[in-house]
Design a protein around this ligand. Structure first.
Ligand code: FAD
Length: 446
């Protein structure tokens, strides 16, 4: 942890740096990323905010953490657990930063109670183009920025500091995995479990069109045994092998990180020998992401993959579907796309009286997040499968996250992500257009 004064010094330097580039384009210098959208190297002045990666204060009584925005959840969780507290929503990948999860949307198995990460934010300190700073909350003169920042992807300003809500934990989590063959019954049960609110965590996994698992978690003081999915055993396999399981709260929060959900299979890490050769310390999403990124940047690796696998389309997306339509989406997905497994996570608006401008939810509804991250063989033009998904999400009145590829027309994008109000935010906070626009960044990949 660092003192607030140390933060204030860094902030003064960042302000001076942004002022030096007061009219040219600005981009963020950041060591890691979970963005699956490739853009040419950013032009313009790079703001180096890498030092903003510390927790400033954990307030046990208020149950809040004051955190620099480039702090990873790995570091944040480590600090808060010392106080028997955790952030209300902890995205599953250790390298996701708190600022990235707000600007780019974050979700986890507590989201049926607390909503997305941004719904647990109390205060947001944002560095604006031109080198001014706005401290935004729900009530003050920057409330439009507070509600407009989520899903803005660094196109309005960069978060430097965030005050976020924490919730109490017990030492262990007891997991229950239940199997369903009928999607209608599965989503009905998921809906009921979320509405009852008797458990602390809810998520699920679709292994194929007839194999759905609902996983619930409850905090407990005692564990009958403790499983370990940080080396040779794989959490995603345990779902089908056990009905009850126990993890420490720390291991529960990072249960998906060790195998990047199940995407580590692309590095053959579902084989025990490969896991031993790879090494325990390197079984984590940060390493996978950097290997993947290097392979993607290498023409030779791309050519080799092309020869081995044929033409492929990357279908890496998270979408939210109203739970009443989730069965229909599952059927469409299994028939038309066929990636498996798929992660399922319920999410509901936490406070129905507010709306987040660039990621509006219908506050009366429970949604299910479908997360799928793979490639499919394709004989079609680029984006064929992603476009089908976009069309189905639209038809079922869902949402799509923007961290990966999108193919919307500008009109459609503006309709879905509130282009009119975004234009007003842009006018107020980036009148000289030093940051790119949301459409340019997320769809045109500029
Ligand atoms: C395979 C995969 C699985 C995923 N699974 C999950 C999941 O299970 N749960 C979940 O919650 N999310 C998940 N995500 C989405 C992830 O939370 C978002 O992509 C998030 O934005 C990543 O945060 P990051 O810190 O890595 O940000 P980056 O990837 O570095 O940046 C994302 C965007 O946010 C902007 N940004 C970053 N930091 C700031 C800041 N301080 N201020 C303003 N803008 C900023 C960047 O400019 C960029 O446009 C997944 C993504 C992928 C690719």
């Amino acid at each position: 942890m660092i003192a607030f004064e140390a933060y204030a010094e860094k902030r003064a330097r960042a302000i001076a740096d942004a002022r030096n580039a007061h009219i040219g384009p600005l981009t963020l210098d950041k060591p890691t990323s979970n963005l699956f959208r490739h853009r040419p190297s950013d032009r313009g002045h790079r703001l180096d905010l890498r030092g903003f990666n510390h927790v400033i204060r954990v307030d046990e009584a208020a149950r809040t953490a004051d955190v620099e925005a480039l702090t990873t959840y790995d570091d944040l969780v480590r600090e808060t657990l010392r106080f028997n507290l955790m952030p209300a929503v902890v995205p599953q990948l250790k390298s996701i930063t708190i600022g990235g999860a707000i600007a780019g949307i974050g979700i986890e198995s507590t989201s049926f109670k607390y909503g997305f990460v941004h719904e647990t934010v109390r205060e947001l300190e944002v560095l604006l183009p031109g080198g001014t700073v706005a401290v935004a909350d729900r009530e003050n003169e920057y409330r439009d920025l507070f509600f407009g920042f989520p899903n803005s992807y660094g196109t309005l300003g960069y978060a430097l500091r965030v005050v976020i809500e924490l919730v109490p934990v017990k030492p262990f989590v007891r997991l229950t995995h239940r199997r369903y063959a009928d999607p209608a019954q599965y989503f009905e049960t998921m809906s009921q479990v979320c509405r009852d609110g008797a458990v602390d965590f809810v998520d699920g996994t679709m292994f194929d069109g007839r194999t759905f698992y609902l996983t619930t978690g409850e905090f407990v003081d005692q564990a009958e045994w403790l499983s370990d999915y940080t080396y040779l055993q794989m959490y995603y396999r345990s779902i089908t092998e056990r009905t009850t399981d126990y993890l420490t709260v720390h291991d529960y929060l990072w249960r998906w990180d060790t195998d990047w959900f199940w995407c580590s299979k692309h590095f053959l890490l579902h084989y025990s020998l490969m896991r031993r050769l790879w090494g325990k310390q390197r079984l984590n999403s940060t390493v996978y992401w950097s290997v993947w990124k290097r392979a993607h940047a290498s023409r030779v690796a791309q050519l080799a993959l092309g020869v081995l696998q044929g033409r492929q389309e990357a279908v890496i997306q998270d979408v939210e579907i109203p739970i009443e339509e989730a069965g229909r989406f599952a059927t469409f997905f299994n028939e038309a796309i066929g990636i498996k497994p798929v992660w399922l996570c319920p999410v509901a608006a936490r406070d129905p009286s507010v709306s987040y401008t660039l990621y509006p939810m219908d506050s009366r509804r429970l949604y299910v997040n479908f997360g799928f991250w793979d490639t499919v063989k394709s004989a079609h033009g680029d984006g064929h499968y992603n476009r089908m998904i976009e069309a189905t999400v639209r038809e079922l009145k869902g949402h799509k996250s923007l961290y990966s590829n999108s193919f919307y027309s500008r009109d459609e994008f503006d309709r879905l992500y509130n282009g009119l109000q975004y234009g007003m935010l842009k006018e107020r906070y980036d009148p000289r257009g030093q940051f790119k626009g949301l459409y340019e960044k997320c769809v045109l990949k500029q």
